[in-house]
Design a protein around this ligand. Structure first.
Ligand code: NAD
Ligand code: DAU
Length: 350
């Protein structure tokens, strides 16, 4: 029987890569992309697959329980891959409640709808919750890495909301037997990344010769993974993990922010045909993020050994592909920064 999978947040950065991978890899599977099209959701990300027979878009809000119940009633999903979220740490510091609503309440609405639809008949069913390494807090000891049973210690409203949603997902597994899996991934980068996040923000500002804001001293460390490698990991985990399992996903690729910004500057200088060193002059140290986590670093051994996943691109290749993508798709970023795409799709689906 043809399976129907709900992917939430499929118009966002990571979600759009997951939707494309599933639509192209599983033509016998119906993929329903549910997205509210917030400032971060952009259907232009999926232009190349929007006419495929196995793809459907539904505009809606996961916070609206009545709507979510009716969507599950309509499609009787076999599986859910849940990515929809408020995802930017800085926004969570100024508006925590938006994160509680979407990330916590929205997730519980989906869990309730899955439970009501599957009615304890869980054969062939799966609820996959996409989470983040930020739930583990921050690392100080350079020899330490986040593993799947590292204790939770979220330190921002964003990570607290994601940690809360992870706890609900696990609680629905323990209490009701809901067949869930969770993955916790490190920082992603790649095409279609919204230009409020570090890498696309730097690319955009370098192109526009605007200051490059580095928080604090630029000493914080992030572990960067190419977005398609995250999407590939989600595919493998969705299809091969056992119910109730958790997997960490990461590329073993740690950079201090300032080293990374230097690298982006140098790659951009070469691509723009300007003297190497020119963009570094734009670097501006600014006030640190409140509660700024010092270091994230993922140990993805379980995923590599048990399910055979490994990253497919090196950071140097991935960063070059990313810079090329932005420079070749400048309309994408111009539309986002002008808000035009949002007006267009909001009108189209209102
Ligand atoms: P994003 O902000 O680019 O996209 C989020 C998407 O969710 C958008 O399309 C938005 O319109 C949609 N959305 C937001 N609120 C919604 C609501 N109430 N109802 C329906 N749709 C809604 O986020 P992203 O960076 O692609 O992250 C996707 C998921 O992966 C998130 O759950 C995030 O926590 C997780 N994650 C992200 C990273 C990363 O580095 N970006 C790393 C690990 C985990
Ligand atoms: O680790 C996974 C997480 O990675 C995801 O769960 C989040 O959704 C995603 O946004 C990302 O969170 P970060 O806070 O690590 O990403 P961001 O791109 O906002 O910042 C990366 C680092 O760069 C962080 O240490 C803060 C710093 N920074 C960020 C911005 C936007 C700057 O120095 N200047 C900036 O202007």
């Amino acid at each position: 029987m043809k399976k129907t999978i709900l992917i939430t947040g499929g118009a966002g950065f990571i979600g759009s890569h997951v939707v494309r991978l599933f639509v192209n890899t599983y033509p016998d599977c119906q993929i329903v992309n549910l997205d509210k099209l917030t400032y971060a959701g952009n259907l232009e990300n999926l232009k190349d697959i929007e006419d495929k027979a196995n793809y459907t878009f539904e505009k809606g809000d996961i916070v609206d329980a009545t709507f979510i119940d009716s969507l599950f009633e309509k499609y009787k999903f076999d599986g859910v891959i849940h990515l929809a979220a408020e995802s930017h740490v800085d926004r969570s510091i100024t508006d925590p409640m938006a994160f509680v609503m979407t990330n916590v309440i929205g997730t519980v609405n989906l869990l309730n709808a899955a439970r009501a639809t599957w009615k304890d008949k869980y054969e062939g069913k799966r609820f996959y919750h996409v989470s983040t390494d930020e739930v583990y807090g921050e690392l100080h000891d350079p020899k330490e890495f986040f593993v799947e049973d590292t204790s939770y210690d979220p330190r921002s409203p964003y990570s607290a909301s994601k940690a809360s949603s992870d706890h609900f997902v696990r609680a629905y597994n323990s209490t009701y037997g809901l067949p869930v899996v969770i993955s916790n991934c490190s920082n992603n980068y790649g095409p279609n990344h919204f230009p409020e996040k570090l890498i696309p923000l730097m690319i955009n500002n370098i192109k526009n010769k605007k200051p490059l804001p580095v928080y604090g001293k630029g000493e914080n460390i992030r572990d960067w993974l190419y977005v398609l490698d995250h999407a590939r990991a989600i595919d493998v985990i969705y299809h091969k993990a056992d119910d109730g399992e958790t997997y960490n996903i990461g590329g073993n690729n740690e950079w201090t922010n300032i080293d990374l910004v230097h690298l982006i500057c140098d790659v951009m200088d070469k691509k723009l045909g300007q003297p190497v060193g020119e963009s570094r002059n734009l670097i501006t140290y600014v006030k640190d993020r409140a509660g700024h986590d010092l270091r994230y670093a993922i140990d993805a051994t379980k995923l590599m050994n048990k399910l055979g996943w490994e990253p497919s691109v090196t950071f140097e290749e991935g960063l070059e592909k990313t810079v090329d993508w932005y420079l070749n798709n400048w309309d994408w970023i111009s539309n986002i920064t002008s808000g035009d795409y949002q007006k267009y799709y909001q009108e189209m689906y209102s």
